[in-house]
Write a protein that binds this ligand. Sequence first.
Ligand SMILES: Cc1cc2nc3c(=O)[nH]c(=O)nc-3n(C[C@H](O)[C@H](O)[C@H](O)COP(=O)(O)OP(=O)(O)OC[C@H]3O[C@@H](n4cnc5c(N)ncnc54)[C@H](O)[C@@H]3O)c2cc1C
Length: 404
Amino acid sequence: MKKFQVVIIGGGPAGAAAALYFKQAEITVALVDKAVFPREKSCGDGIPLKTIRLLEELGFNEEELFAGGFRISGMSVYAPSGAAAHFGKASADSATKSGCVPRRYFDNLLFQKAKQKADAVYEGYKLSAMIKTESGWRLKLQDRFDKNYMEIETGLLIGADGSGSFTAREGGLLPVDTRNSFEGLRLYYSGKKFNNRVQIFYDKRILPGYVWVFPVAENRANVGIMAPRRNNRKNKTGLHRVFDEILRTNPVIIEALNGAEPDSPIRGAILPLGNMPGERTGNNIVLIGYAAASINPLTGGGIYFALQSARAAARVGSQALQKGKVCKADLAAYEDWYQETLMPGFTYAAWFKKKFASEGFVNGFIKSASRFKPAATFFMMIYGRPLPRRVFWNPLFWVKVFFG
Ligand SMILES: Cc1cc2nc3c(=O)[nH]c(=O)nc-3n(C[C@H](O)[C@H](O)[C@H](O)COP(=O)(O)OP(=O)(O)OC[C@H]3O[C@@H](n4cnc5c(N)ncnc54)[C@H](O)[C@@H]3O)c2cc1C
């Protein structure tokens, strides 16, 4: 049976980046994905510039990453009342300078680079069982095409297998809490010229969720919806129906899509939100990305956190493997990093998410951001950002809000 120091389950952004980071530390790596790339992914396709900066560490460049998508230089946010705040070139904020890149292209770029560097790649193989051994895990993989099984062994299993993670469940980690989850849908529209702004629409039927129009090309946009799961929404109608209703009746969205038609099927996924309590490491196992619920609870964004968690897992995991000790205690530095680096931002965002459940709050906040520069700066500083611990106690934060 083949044995690798690390086996990564999932070749999305988290898994592909983890493979590249582990190879930088000269660790033997096998990368497993049940899909064959390029593959579709339900996502808004929004890629902030900070994500590109992280990928530069792995040898990618901005040109190739944005080549399959569309550069964005502004963001418009609409309140249920119809009030709009526009952020863009006038603001020095990098959150408005980003790109929208279909995941089919983006993930394939990352996966192909990881495939070149990894010691073995099992593409089209699904992890179907994982058995704990004294020194790690024995993994049973099923070939998606001929349905045959094969087994491999590892000292360190990286769970990067996304939402509804098999590795999390079988590893006894991070039980999914539906109150800390969103559900999302997306499809593509084409046929009209979109400008290079992302548009976010808060609609009272799905607060604190929202609908988006993210252009992925001059004449094509990703259009989607993200909302609390049905049982945690005031409106208990299924998300497909609510989405359809909003697209037909919200006047600002009708205007934004006027002249465009759907050109793809709808795809959906559950988003486990970042403030989900639970353990992300166990004996010889670490969860990263979506599998670790690394998703901003206010915006649903997660690719940046997927990459950050991949880097941290590779740093801690490589050190543990080099010492020959990969028990839970040896991987505790990852759990600590997670709690200190990602969790404070997720906690603040979860607090804002609660506020965004109120129509009055969203109307007031967006109206203020449209009228007063400090309110606009505050909005951009908190929206989609990994905020550091106790940031609101830091006078520098407020100096930036009022004078930055
Ligand atoms: C509707 C929606 C919109 C979103 N919009 C944005 C956005 O605009 N910007 C943003 O930053 N984030 C967004 N997100 C979040 C983003 O999609 C995730 O953060 C990102 O996909 C996480 O990457 P990952 O590599 O952890 O997981 P994934 O991309 O889900 O990759 C997991 C991989 O694991 C594989 N896999 C799963 N199970 C197995 C198994 N048993 N065996 C082998 N392989 C397996 C899958 O085939 C898949 O390739 C959105 C999410 C949704 C649902």
